[in-house]
Design a protein around this ligand. Sequence first.
Ligand code: SF4
Length: 213
Amino acid sequence: MAPTESPFTEITEREYALTSADIKVVGWQQALVASQERQDAMAGLIASTLSPGIACQAGCWYCCYLKVDVRSEEVLQIVEYVRGSFSPAQQQRLQDDVAENAKALQAMSGEQQLTANLKCPLLEDGKCSVYAVRPARCRTLHATDVAGCRKAWEEPTNLNIPHTLAPALLYTGEAHLKGARRAFTDAGHDGRVYELNAALAVALAKRPDISSA
Ligand code: SF4
């Protein structure tokens, strides 16, 4: 490895190559799923080596009050999932919630948005209602001690609370994400990053036909 290379460059380049090839062969939707499966598999493997282990579990939702950034392909994937598995009443509630959150966030500065502690509109009964297609950003956060997550949720504007995120999972997840996102951008997808609520508000209102996207 060249001295200037990051130890995570290999992950980024491998993911870039795999996702780029998949987009050409099986299309962007399956390429996205395959990339997400690789990210989860890598995270699971790394998590199995950690001590203390990962404290995250179903029903723990503190990180679902953080701002989430997404890419267009992730938003379209979530909308397709919602259209296929949510009842009309759930879809309407989601649409109302994202619109409300997006409006609230629009009135805030970038700094205020980071500490807003707004409940993710996809969080239902303490669980992610779109877990299978949750954004890559949500797949990179894993904590080794829930106490830090809880305290940060209780005191959102206190930026001095030490987090207990597992660095190995955070940095490898970021490296994976970087490669996948570059592959989508190079394949002609919108390379911009959006705030989850604002992006979902637009996408749900438009009811996009993602099969033709
Ligand atoms: S998309 Fe799911 S995992 Fe991500 S913040 Fe929302 S509820 Fe939590």
